[in-house]
Structures are given as structure tokens and as C-alpha cells.
Design a protein around this ligand. Structure first.
Ligand SMILES: Nc1ncnc2c1ncn2[C@@H]1O[C@H](COP(=O)(O)OP(=O)(O)O)[C@@H](O)[C@H]1O
Ligand SMILES: [Mg+2]
Length: 308
């Protein structure tokens, strides 16, 4: 059984208008997406800003009202917990954010920040709690001396580690990591990605890894969903997406991966320009009326592409 099964998920936000604040329409933030995550697996969710990635993550955490579809976790329908603080589920699924600083209380010491979920859900003695916090700090590669400091005393990469320590405190099965390294310097990104992988192995965690950059998720994800205009344009294995992308939008995202090899810079810039031109010219072949993304069609056992 899949750990997470998302079926035909729809999340629509109302648009209010007029002096009466009536609902005059809807923003279809997520419009009919389906996918599964197996235990211990990493699925990448990639697309430009505004494509509906964070809303998909929020729906999985039970933080968004569904306009349609269903979400099952370990076979259990979670939609009835939406808006409720249902403890088992709230323990099993956690979120890591891009802007970790705003989610760490600046007036609290690291010990209290990491212990907060433990205090909410588990009855530990002071000594047990201290031991757990120290263990969690070790898992994310920090010493126990960090426990008595405040968030501002750390660098961005270290703060992201504190956020991860808090997210794994209750031994979740799934973490929705929403752009977890996007705010960090390139040199720190790889480091943070590596310990996210280590933590995954140690805890047998599954990730939904959200990013706008296909380069960042390349070594993290076995499976990728490419999202555009609130829908999936392509879904496949790492090989399908990086070596055999079929949708023009996916191909453009691949061309946009920042260059690490200076020798290829000119060639890649040309490639990017060519794909941008092709995107403009061929848009209508890949999108239906009003830019709607077609339904996914299976082109191999693992690979699905939105085509007419
Ligand atoms: N709380 C909200 N109310 C109204 N519209 C929203 C809300 N959150 C997101 N949206 C809209 O839904 C769409 C998808 O947003 P989001 O899921 O944040 O995309 P992404 O994470 O890919 O950048 C955007 O058009 C955004 O403006
Ligand atoms: Mg987002």
C-alpha cells in the first residue's frame, strides 16, 4: 500500500468582490492532480512560482479545504481531519519551509523550539526530553551546545537544520519539504541536501520535495511531477524527466538549470534561447483552451505526459 495516495486533488480559493465581499469566482490553485508516495521514497514536485506546489503540500498537511478529490495516508482518508488537530496524523506528516527563520520563534532557545512538538504530543520527563533534543541535534549534525542558543546566533544553513530537527522530533513518516534550500547560498545548498538524505535513511522517511529548480532536486528524487498552471504536465522517473522529457514546459525547465560547468555556458545559453522560442511557437500544441494543461497520457510504465 502506498504511504500517501492523492487522487484527483482540487483546491480552489474564492475570489471576493464588491462591497458585500461575495465570492465572484475561484482561483484554481490545484486542479485535478493525482500521485502516490511509497514509504521511504522521494517525489519531487517542480514548477515555477504560482503553479500550485505549496497548495498541494498544504492540502496533504490538512491545511487546505478540498474542492474535490481525496487524500489517503496509510489507507486512511485524511480529508475529515482538515482543520482539526488530529494527533496521529499531525505526528506522521511534517513540513519544512523555505523561510525557516520566520517559523522559528526568535525569543526561544533552540532546546525549547525543538522540544515544542514533543511537549505537545508526548509526556516526557525533563531528562528524557533533554536526551531526545540532544539526539535530534546530533542527527542534523549539530552539537548539544546549540540547545542553549537562540536562532539569530546561527547561519541560514544551521537554522534550516534546526527546522529539520524539529520536524523529525515526532518520527514522522512523511515530510513535505517546501523549497527547503531555495533561500540558501549555493555552497550551503548541497550540504543541506546531503543531510536531508542522511536523515531520510536514518528514519526511513518519505519526502515530497518541492522546488522551482530541477537542478536542485536531481539527486534527491526517484520520481518527479512537473507542475504548471495548477496541473501536472509530466510525471516520470528521474531518467524519464532528465533524459527523455517530452513536454515543452519540462524541457524549458531543464534548459533553465543553472550552469555549473563554465565551458558549457555559451552552449547552454543558446539552448535556453532556442527552447524559449520553441515554447512561444509551439505553446498551442501543448496546451488547450485558456492555457489548460491536457490530461496525462501514459507513454511508458513510469512516464506520463499531458498531451491532447
Ligand atoms: N490563500 C490563498 N488565497 C488565494 N489564492 C491563493 C492562496 N494561496 C495561493 N493562492 C494562489 O494559488 C496559486 C498557486 O499558489 P501556490 O500553491 O503558492 O504556488 P507555488 O507554491 O507553486 O508558487 C497562485 O495563483 C496563488 O496566487
Ligand atoms: Mg510555493
Amino acid at each position: 500500500m502506498a504511504l500517501l495516495e492523492v487522487k484527483n486533488l482540487k483546491v480552489y480559493y474564492p475570489i471576493k468582490g464588491g462591497i458585500l465581499g461575495r465570492t465572484v469566482g475561484y482561483v484554481k490553485a490545484v486542479d485535478d492532480v493525482s500521485f502516490t508516495i511509497e514509504p521511504g521514497q522521494t517525489v519531487g514536485l517542480v514548477g515555477e512560482s504560482g503553479s500550485g506546489k505549496s497548495t498541494t503540500g498544504k492540502a496533504i498537511l490538512g491545511l487546505a479545504k478540498l474542492a474535490g478529490g481525496s487524500i489517503h495516508f496509510n489507507g486512511e482518508d485524511i480529508t475529515r481531519y482538515i482543520g482539526k488537530n488530529r494527533s496521529d496524523y499531525r505526528k506522521s506528516v511534517q513540513m519544512i519551509f523555505q523561510d525557516v527563520y520566520s517559523s522559528l520563534n526568535p525569543r526561544k532557545r533552540v532546546r525549547d523550539i525543538i522540544a515544542e512538538p514533543l511537549r505537545n504530543f508526548e509526556n516526557l520527563t525533563k531528562a528524557e526530553e533533554q536526551k531526545r533534543v540532544d539526539e535530534l541535534l546530533t542527527i542534523v549534525g549539530m552539537g548539544s551546545e546549540a540547545a542553549v542558543k537562540y536562532p539569530f546566533e546561527f547561519s541560514g544553513g544551521q537554522r534550516q537544520r534546526i527546522g529539520v530537527a524539529r520536524a523529525i522530533a515526532l518520527k514522522p513518516k512523511l515530510i513535505v519539504a517546501d523549497e527547503p534550500v531555495s533561500a540558501l547560498d549555493l555552497s550551503v545548498q548541497a550540504q543541506v541536501l546531503n543531510y536531508l538524505k542522511d536523515v531520510q535513511e536514518e528514519l526511513k522517511l518519505a519526502y515530497l520535495f518541492v522546488s522551482h529548480d530541477l537542478g536542485v532536486v536531481r539527486h534527491m528524487c526517484e520520481t518527479l511531477a512537473i507542475m504548471h498552471n495548477s496541473r501536472f504536465v509530466e510525471f516520470g522517473s528521474r531518467e524519464d524527466i532528465y533524459n527523455n522529457a517530452r513536454h515543452i514546459y519540462t524541457r524549458r525547465l531543464i534548459a533553465a538549470i543553472p550552469d555549473t560547468n563554465p565551458d558549457l555556458r555559451t552552449q547552454n545559453a543558446e539552448n535556453r534561447a532556442r527552447l524559449s522560442a520553441e515554447y512561444e511557437a509551439e505553446y498551442s500544441k501543448y496546451y488547450g483552451e485558456n492555457g489548460r494543461v491536457y490530461d496525462l497520457k501514459e507513454i511508458s510504465g513510469t512516464h506520463h505526459v499531458a498531451m491532447p
